[in-house]
Write a new protein. Structure first.
Length: 80
């Protein structure tokens, strides 16, 4: 099993045992597979949200309009 990174590693070192882990993922980086696998190895549930917006932009982000999501323009990102 891959060693956890980021918040997962800090929680493991603190011996935290939550019932679910929240993993925020905005889609520009690869899906955090190793973190999700680590959470499952603890018999926990990974709670993963896809953040359908660009945190570096402003509130006007037509690329992430609901019509684009419904048109399956992001399916390759979501299903990876």
């Amino acid at each position: 099993m891959a060693r956890p990174v980021g918040p997962l590693r800090r929680c493991r070192l603190a011996a935290a045992q939550p019932g679910a882990w929240y993993i925020q993922w905005e889609g520009r980086q690869p899906f955090p597979t190793s973190n999700a696998a680590y959470v499952r190895s603890l018999n926990q549930t990974p709670l993963i949200t896809w953040e359908s917006w660009d945190w570096t932009g402003d509130a006007n982000q037509p690329a992430y309009a609901l019509s684009n999501i419904l048109a399956t323009n992001f399916d390759a990102c979501i299903t990876q």
